[in-house]
Write a protein of this length. Structure first.
Length: 330
């Protein structure tokens, strides 16, 4: 996951800037990871990121590989003199990133470290430096696949050694390397969104099913008034998960029309085959009345294929098929 875009903000003005541009609360204890959207003044989504508090005035923002420049530019555009001194710099090339996720992730990591990586000792959305096989590694307990696991931020000179240690320790539990396509399939089963496809400046967090990331009680922030008004009026559309067709694999690219009662009601955004649930999964913004359980159709190469509106998370642990996704490292 080394291609993650990384931006560090350092200085007394960092917190004020981040609280203003982010919907979620950023003022949390050192070592906390916040998942949030960067918002414009209309409540549109300008970015989809995690922000880790490394110190009282130091933060690391992690974004998609293709959006580091736009997020960096957005932060600089939003700076205000009254925020206080602040240095913003891109650090993408400074750190390699290894993600390790799956039911056996704690077993693998525990075999390599004397640090406490238990549920209580290393809670979800927390981050700190630990020792892995004698090497210092900054670990964040976050996931983009919906399983237990960590992201490891490693100096490039140590990255291969950390990778080799993880793979060796995981051999007995069937650890497997996986790439972005595996990650894309898994994140769609879990209902996780992707910026630039599922989330854009024309969409807001309430429509995207990310209202839990908006802390209306934290004070003023970009788009707050617009989102308060949207919440009061009620949204008219919602990003929904669709199961398209049956268990056959379909070639679906995104942009395909979604029909309900013979009329086009939306177009597909992200699409992937869910190898764990063995179904074609797609996301689409649909009228709010089309709730989970509703039946629609998707036009695939001129053929209308039946589809079901499903709840956001398709995957249940009871639905795991064989060893398909027993463990993944990327």
């Amino acid at each position: 996951m080394t291609s993650f875009g990384k931006i560090e903000l350092d200085g007394p003005g960092a917190l004020a800037l981040l609280e203003r541009v982010a919907g979620n609360q950023i003022d949390k204890p050192v070592g906390t990871v916040a998942y949030t959207q960067l918002l414009d003044h209309r409540g549109g989504i300008a970015g989809d990121v995690t922000i880790t508090r490394l110190g009282p005035d130091r933060f690391r923002l992690v974004t998609g590989a293709g959006y580091v420049n736009s997020d960096l530019g957005w932060l600089r555009l939003e700076q205000r003199e009254e925020d206080g001194p602040l240095e913003i710099r891109e650090t993408t090339a400074d750190l390699c990133v290894i993600g390790m996720w799956g039911p056996q992730a704690r077993t693998v990591l525990g075999a390599l470290t004397e640090d406490d990586v238990s549920e209580d000792g290393f809670p979800f959305m927390q981050a700190r430096t630990i020792r892995i096989g004698g090497l210092d590694v900054f670990a964040q307990r976050v996931t983009y696949v919906g399983e237990l696991g960590w992201e490891f931020y490693v100096e490039p000179r140590l990255a291969v050694q950390v990778w080799d240690r993880l793979m060796a320790a995981g051999r007995q539990v069937g650890i497997r390397p996986g790439g972005y396509r595996a990650l894309d399939s898994l994140r769609m089963e879990k209902g996780y969104r992707y910026y630039g496809t599922d989330l854009t400046l024309l969409d807001n967090p309430l429509e995207a099913g990310l209202g839990f990331c908006v802390r209306f009680d934290k004070g003023d922030f970009n788009g707050r008034d617009a989102l308060v008004a949207a919440r009061a009026a009620g949204i008219t559309r919602r990003l929904r998960t669709l199961l398209v067709g049956d268990q056959e694999y379909l070639t679906v690219y995104g942009g395909e029309a979604v029909f309900a009662d013979g009329s086009i009601v939306g177009r597909l955004r992200s699409c992937a085959y869910g190898f764990t649930v063995r179904r074609n999964i797609a996301y689409s913004y649909l009228p709010v009345g089309l709730r989970p359980g509703a039946q629609v159709e998707v036009e695939v190469f001129g053929r209308r294929v039946p589809a079901e509106v499903h709840r956001d998370a398709v995957l249940k642990r009871a639905q795991l098929v064989g060893e398909n996704v027993k463990h993944a490292a990327s």
